[in-house]
Design a protein around this ligand. Structure first.
Ligand code: PDD
Length: 281
């Protein structure tokens, strides 16, 4: 495997950033994960738009022009022969002697791009059987709308899920309302067949898959309601599913050890999944 690190394509095993990189010391950086399907990058424009927003919220400069970054992404995918898989890109505020305040103006941001292939049969299996989740209180900072590399809470939550025999942890706010997964957005289908998802302005990441899925659902003639929903509404839902660039749309069949509906993946999430790549760009 080959990685792009600050201007060079290097063997993945030897892809390094400096010990004084602010990403390493302060989690002072942002990232994107984007799906590759049949050799095409899914929703690249939306991912780069969100990168732009994350960078500007943190006042980190673009490491290169958007066109140049797109070229680096394509070249990294080409060198790794990725037809189905994903790329990961990370931009940090760069390397400087450790100090909480920003480094001197002109310090170049660090940029890393990696890519890997994924096995479609592993994803197909998760779609067929569904996944299990647990609920956890949201203990993150309140700027989770920024896709920052500060993912300690998310990592601890996913580990807790794993130790409970589950694959995702779903964050719940102080009022008992569902937020999002540790690395996914959460959706439910209510008893009327309506699709519910939390408004993106409300303490969650605006997932790119979430945005595209709203378009997909509209095309399928489904009714979408962006509103908060409670844990009890989720437990009583007809279907629960989670979305992310890495998983598109996985059915959730059990939460905190309790089955959702009949404990099998629902048909609506399956229809959405099948229509997804016709709509995504
Ligand atoms: N995570 N919410 C959180 C907290 C996330 O970390 C992610 C993505 C999402 C879904 O966003 P999108 O549809 O744009 O992937 C929602 C990535 C995949 C990750 O951390 O690996």
């Amino acid at each position: 495997r080959i990685a792009y690190v600050n201007g060079r394509y290097v063997p993945h095993s030897n892809a390094m950033v400096h010990v004084e990189d602010r990403g390493y010391q302060f989690a002072d950086g942002v990232y994107e994960v984007c799906e590759i399907r049949h050799g095409l990058i899914v929703d690249l424009t939306r991912h780069l738009n969100r990168l732009d927003r994350s960078l500007s919220e943190l006042r980190i400069a673009w490491p290169m022009s958007r066109a140049a970054l797109t070229q680096v992404i394509r070249e990294t995918l080409r060198r790794n022969h990725v037809r189905n898989g994903l790329f990961y890109l990370q931009v940090t505020r760069g390397v400087a002697r450790r100090d909480h305040v920003f480094p001197a103006e002109g310090t170049p941001p660090s940029i890393v791009v990696t890519a890997k292939s994924t096995d479609p049969s592993v994803i197909a299996k998760k779609n067929a059987t569904g996944i299990k989740a647990i609920t956890v209180p949201d203990n993150r900072w309140d700027r989770v709308d920024i896709k920052s590399v500060g993912l300690l809470s998310n990592a601890l939550a996913r580990q807790q899920a794993k130790e409970a025999g589950a694959q995702e942890a779903i964050y719940i706010d102080a009022d008992g309302m569902v937020k999002e997964g540790a690395a996914t957005n959460v959706w439910i289908v209510d008893s009327d067949g309506k699709l519910l998802t939390r408004p993106a302005e409300n303490g969650i990441l605006r997932g790119i898959t979430r945005t595209t899925l709203i378009d997909v659902a509209a095309k399928l003639g489904l009714e979408i309601v962006e509103r908060k929903f409670s844990v009890s509404e989720m437990m009583a839902a007809r279907e629960v599913f989670i979305t992310a660039a890495t998983s598109i749309c996985f059915p959730v069949v059990s939460i905190d050890g309790q089955a959702i509906a009949n404990g099998h993946p629902g048909s609506l999430s399956q229809n959405i999944r099948e229509a997804f790549f016709d709509v995504a760009e």
